[in-house]
Every structure is written in structure tokens, then in C-alpha cells.
Design a protein around this ligand. Structure first.
Ligand SMILES: Nc1ncnc2c1ncn2[C@@H]1O[C@H](COP(=O)(O)OP(=O)(O)O)[C@@H](O)[C@H]1O
Ligand SMILES: [Mg+2]
Length: 284
């Protein structure tokens, strides 16, 4: 290639901010010459390099904006550990067709069974398809609602939470909702109804929602909208966290060696206590 033309091309690529292409140009030109690509093929390859760079950047940006507590994919989920879970159904949900139809997903089950992992994985899968996602725990939502009331910007928050195509609300039921937060959640669910999808995870059966929001009428109205176009997935299996701990012998050690200076019976870990709530799911 003529040196002057090469410099000119690199300058233009820089001006157009086509950085990935600028880096790959030499390699592409060599391959094109060696394999006698047609002009169309060359152009196609050139655009492909830049488009994939942009998709990568878009995925990285959307992942940051989603504010996931951790980033995990379906590939990291061990389906053999939850044999009752329908893997084909989860993989279908990962196509994000439910988002196109404004449908919801409810992931129910006791602590540690992978609800958050699955919700995040479905969020990541949606992002791969260009869908905007925001993740919130219900506890964090309560906090921001309290602050927003003080700052008089609750409506702005509602608008912001209606903007992403997919909203993940994690851990409904761990913290009771005060009246204001419950009403805000109801408005949020109503606004998004049939327009923007919600993935909600909960350790509570639907029958217990009245206690969580301290208002049975509001709880019924929320569930009515959430469940109208929704897939409910009950995960009834064992806690993955506890299995890992059992394997590491943590529980065995706790039982065998009472803590020195503490005459009270060995305290249960928070997870053990939470795990005992498992039996409540049988009637979800
Ligand atoms: N089937 C599974 N395969 C791989 N990792 C799992 C599985 N289930 C849970 N985990 C992991 O165990 C931990 C607890 O899971 P999490 O999704 O937070 O449970 P939950 O939200 O139901 O309490 C996470 O680190 C998660 O990635
Ligand atoms: Mg969780």
C-alpha cells in the first residue's frame, strides 16, 4: 500500500473514531491480498470488526448501568443441582422474547437456590440483545424512596425506573415495606404493566405478600398486574450456598466445637435460619 495513502487512511479512521479498525487494518489488508477477497467481502469484514467492537462497548456500558450485584451467566449455573428446574424453559427466557411482549418473570424459592443468579443471568442475556436493564433490591428501593420523598423527586424516580426495558426487583419479602414504599411499588408495577418487563425474586409465597406490604388490598392489586402476563418459576431445591459450606465441613465444625466463652447453645448462621423457611414454599 502506498505509504501516503496508508497515513491518510489511518488519519481518517482516527477522526471517525474507528479505533478497532485502525488496529486491525494491516492484518485485514494482508488477509484480503492472500485470500483474494472481493471488494464486497473486504467491506463486509471491515464493517464486522467495527460493529463487534461497538456491540462489546454497548454490552459493557449497559452492564455497568444495570448495577448488578455480581455478573454471572447461565453458563455458570449448574442445572444438575436443581433438577426440578426446567432448563429448556430458562433457556427460552434467555432469548428475551418475554421482554418484547412486556411479560414478567417471578422467581420464587428459599434462600440460596439461585434466584438472584438466574435473575442476573437473564438480565445479562437481555443486555446481549441490546436491551436496557436495571437491577434493584427491594430493600434498596425502600431506601431510595425514603430519600426521594425528602428530596421531592419521587416522580422522577418513578420515571427513571420505567425507562429500562427490563427491571429486576430482587428479594421481595426480606424487608417489610412501609406504606409509602408499598404504594410506590404499586405505581411502578402499574406503570410498567404490559409495557416494561419485571423480573421479581421472592422468598415469600403469594399468600404472604399481604404481610410484606402490610396491606392486603394493595398486595392483591400488585399481584394481579404482575401475574397477568407472567411466568412463575418455583425453585424448591436445596441451597447452593449451604451445600458448598457443608462440603467444606463448616457446619460440622460448628456443631462439634461450641464457641469458647459462649455458654448459650451454638447460634444458627443466618443462612441456616433462612434455610428453615424452605418448608413454607411447598404451598406457593
Ligand atoms: N445451581 C447453581 N449453580 C451454580 N451456582 C449457584 C447455583 N445456585 C446458586 N448458586 C450460587 O450460589 C450463590 C447463592 O445464589 P443466589 O442466586 O444468591 O441465591 P438466592 O438469590 O436464591 O438466595 C450465588 O453465588 C450463586 O451464584
Ligand atoms: Mg438472592
Amino acid at each position: 500500500m502506498n505509504e501516503h495513502r496508508y497515513q491518510h487512511l489511518q488519519t481518517n479512521l482516527e477522526r471517525l473514531k474507528l479505533t478497532r479498525l485502525s488496529e486491525r487494518l494491516d492484518q485485514l489488508a494482508e488477509e484480503a491480498a492472500k485470500e483474494s477477497w472481493t471488494y464486497v467481502e473486504f467491506l463486509d469484514r471491515v464493517l464486522d470488526v467495527e460493529v463487534s467492537a461497538r456491540v462489546e462497548r454497548d454490552v459493557a456500558m449497559k452492564t455497568r448501568l444495570a448495577r448488578f450485584p455480581f455478573v454471572k451467566t447461565l453458563e455458570q449455573f449448574d442445572f444438575s443441582f436443581q433438577p426440578a428446574l426446567n432448563e429448556a424453559q430458562i433457556r427460552e427466557l434467555a432469548t428475551a422474547r418475554f421482554v418484547a411482549h412486556g411479560e414478567n418473570i417471578l422467581l420464587l424459592g428459599p434462600p440460596g437456590v439461585g434466584k438472584t443468579h438466574l435473575a442476573v443471568s437473564l438480565g445479562v442475556a437481555a443486555i446481549m440483545q441490546g436491551i436496557s436493564v436495571v437491577f434493584f433490591t427491594v430493600a434498596d428501593l425502600i431506601d431510595v424512596v425514603q430519600q426521594d420523598v425528602k428530596d421531592d423527586r419521587l416522580d422522577r424516580r418513578l420515571h427513571a425506573l420505567c425507562t429500562p426495558k427490563l427491571l429486576i426487583l430482587d428479594e421481595m419479602g426480606y424487608v417489610p415495606l412501609d406504606q409509602r414504599s408499598a404504594q410506590f411499588l404499586f405505581r411502578l408495577i402499574s406503570r410498567r404493566y404490559q409495557k416494561g418487563s419485571i423480573i421479581l425474586t421472592s422468598n415469600k409465597s403469594y399468600g404472604e405478600w399481604g404481610d410484606v406490604v402490610s396491606d392486603y388490598v394493595l398486595a392483591t392489586a400488585m399481584l394481579d398486574r404482575l401475574l397477568h402476563f407472567a411466568t412463575t418459576i418455583n425453585i424448591r431445591g436445596e441451597s447452593y450456598r449451604l451445600r458448598e459450606k457443608r462440603k467444606a465441613g463448616v457446619f460440622h465444625d460448628l456443631a462439634a466445637k461450641p464457641v469458647k466463652g459462649n455458654s448459650s447453645p451454638t447460634r444458627k448462621t443466618q443462612e441456616e435460619e433462612q434455610d428453615e423457611t424452605k418448608s413454607r414454599y411447598e404451598d406457593v
